[in-house]
Ligand binder design. Structure first.
Ligand code: SF4
Length: 425
């Protein structure tokens, strides 16, 4: 713990650290208890968490106010979210003492950054054939603004960055942004989700700029069905893009994401699974979610992970392999060892309890959940000249309100305030 300054400051830091630890432990335990019985008491939990954190935070800050030792005294107003600005530059220290955590005790490690809302495909489970009204250019964050927000969040422990869209590769000079983000302290993992149609041309400059992981969306290996679902005759271009990615051993794993729709995907499953057996791609099946702009999603259009696994196992036995706690996918390998599959089941097997993700839209709004109905505007204050510390405070305030879970299967479920292409997945 690299703490600058005097012995008293060290004492102050240790006290703050222990208090932070107690706070997080309490909120985790409370979070755990209420996760076991979700639904009935979010409000009760939120109140308890808030009171618990406020009281402790108040005591902490008052103690530092009364004993002015070694740090900038934050205004009483932002009791819990403020962090002694003087130490903010030391990311390791900041994360150690005040990780970015929501009120359920989940630490946020992953940020998905939508770099554009535009896309060159018209996937039926995402947007209408005529497309959507795109954001005006001046509303879209510049690379410098994205890099600044990433730097601020990386300083609070957000170490995994995924670039998304719309289709991120339609944004000009994207390798430049990749270069900026890979050079950002605290960013350990940078990946990209793309439809792959421009990847054959951009794989090399992206890898040269520092990209190390890529997810390519591919819902069918049949030219007819590919065109039916994407409204583009571009399967060959996507396969060329995958080949181009394959040519760069630094770019691993290469994941192929297939959105599974009942009545469409069943026949595609064996061919896509076979792709994972013959190619160095991890093929993942994602359950269809109610994020389509046409609002055509229905529960009975969801082909569940279990149903897809059953189709695969008619051909090849699978074995489950351990996955990272916050991973969205259940991982399986073929019993004969030839390749890996993943199943992302947000509808049938929600994974919200370990969610460590937040999202930044192309126009600079922070979303704390894919299904958020509320957003936090970071662009306006940033363009108005606020400091990094003030941006960090805004992010902490947003994360403190992060939703416990999506409510897709709950009666009265209300759709997210944006569709998938406007969020970026
Ligand atoms: S639905 Fe929301 S809370 Fe659940 S995993 Fe997705 S982003 Fe996280």
């Amino acid at each position: 713990m690299g703490v600058a300054g005097s012995g008293l400051e060290l004492v102050a830091d240790v006290v703050r650290y222990v208090a932070g630890l107690l706070l997080r432990t309490v909120s985790r335990v409370v979070g755990l208890v209420f996760r076991v019985a979700p639904g009935a008491l979010d409000l009760a939990f939120a109140l308890k968490a808030l009171v618990a954190r406020c009281v402790a935070g108040l005591l902490l800050d008052l103690s530092f106010d009364l004993i002015p030792i070694g740090h900038v005294n934050p205004p009483l107003g932002c009791l819990i979210w403020s962090f002694p600005a003087r130490r903010a530059e030391n990311a390791g220290y900041a994360v150690f003492v005040e990780p970015l955590a929501d009120s359920w005790g989940r630490e946020i490690k992953s940020l998905r950054v939508s770099v554009t809302d535009k896309c060159n495909f018209r996937c039926t489970y995402c947007m209408p054939a005529e497309g959507l009204i795109w954001l005006p250019k001046q509303e879209v964050l510049t690379f410098e603004e994205i890099a600044r927000l990433v730097r601020v969040m990386a300083g609070m422990g957000v170490s995994e960055i995924r670039l998304t869209g719309g289709e991120p590769l339609v944004r000009r000079d994207l390798p430049e942004l990749v270069r900026m983000l890979t050079a950002t302290p605290g960013v350990d993992d940078l990946s990209l989700t793309t439809n792959g149609v421009l990847l054959d041309r951009l794989a090399a400059p992206l890898v040269e700029a520092g990209l190390r992981r890529v997810n390519v969306s591919l819902d069918s290996l049949s030219h007819v069905k590919f065109a039916e679902i994407t409204r583009r005759d571009a399967l060959d271009a996507v396969l060329r893009g995958l080949e181009a990615a394959e040519a760069h051993p630094e770019l691993r794993p290469i994941k192929v994401n297939c959105v599974a729709v009942k009545g469409f995907t069943e026949d595609e499953v064996p061919a896509l699974a076979a792709l994972a057996r013959r190619k160095p791609y991890v093929v993942r099946f994602i359950e269809f979610m109610p994020l389509d702009a046409d609002e055509a999603w229905e529960d009975d259009k969801v082909l569940t992970g279990a149903e897809i696994r059953a189709i695969v196992e008619r051909h090849w036995p699978l074995e489950e392999i351990p996955a990272k706690a916050s991973s969205t996918a259940r991982r399986f390998r073929f019993a004969d060892g030839r390749g890996e599959l993943g199943f992302i089941n947000p509808v049938s097997e929600p994974f919200c309890s370990t969610c460590d993700r937040i999202r930044l839209t192309a126009d600079g709004h922070l979303r704390t959940c894919l299904f958020s109905r509320r957003e936090w505007d970071l662009k306006t204050p940033m363009r108005a000249g606020v400091s990094d510390a003030q941006l960090a405070t805004l992010v902490r305030q947003a994360v403190a309100q992060k939703e416990l879970k999506h409510r897709i299967s709950d009666p009265g479920f209300t759709r997210a305030s944006r569709s998938m292409s406007q969020i970026g997945g």
